[in-house]
Ligand binder design. Sequence first.
Ligand code: ATP
Length: 243
Amino acid sequence: MSLLKIESIKKRYGSFEALKGISLDLNTGEVISLLGVNGAGKTTLSSIIATLHPPTSGDILFKGTSIFNDIPSYRYQIGYCPQKPNLNPLLTMRDNLWFAGKYYGMSDDAVEQRMKELNERLGIDRFLAAYAHELSGGWKQRYMIARTLMHSPKIVILDEPTVGLDPDIRQQLWYYIRHLRDQGICVLITTHYLDEAEKLSDRVVVLHQGVIKLIDTPQNLMQSFQKGKLEDVFLELTKEQKE
Ligand code: ATP
């Protein structure tokens, strides 16, 4: 079922057009990966969906209604994890998570319960008393993801979520993303890891210079390009685009 309808989104930075009219449906219970070489427009698109900045033109409909009519209500439905960790440096990890829960109006009990659930999946107990500067990059990323999920959003946007994670936590995160999908959540990921996109995604979207080049399942793409790996499809596509 379509959850979010992205209609002809354009984004200009001065005279440069970073997105040139993107239309895309995001569905309940799917993992969708945004792929593209550096500068293709992935972060611009995902941050517009997260309402960090407005598009120059176009619309986004959540369950049929423009998100721009009531951005605060829409924000309750989404969780956004940016590329760069931005945990509050003055708060412990526990307080960062509490702050996120309370910001979204959760009761104390609901926050505690949610932290327990997230701990079972992401193993976040260990450094709850620590501050961001005391944590490795991978651990910061775990808490970033936990914070994104505190209020149980319907749409989860993860911008390069597994950069810097060790293989073990990367695998755990993949399991968790599948679990979110199985609960009907839409997970939008931007990634440069093609193995990740291949294993995780129900559909992949290939962006190039602000335009959608392809949308399909990894299996269909591999079949139509006669390749055994999504990475090889991507390399062929980007080679074609450079020629
Ligand atoms: P990467 O894989 O490197 O993260 P991306 O696909 O996420 O790249 P974007 O960060 O969305 O790409 O950038 C798309 C284009 O828009 C790039 O050419 C970039 O230089 C340009 N751009 C992004 N943000 C701005 C900005 N604030 N001002 C001007 N140009 C920008």
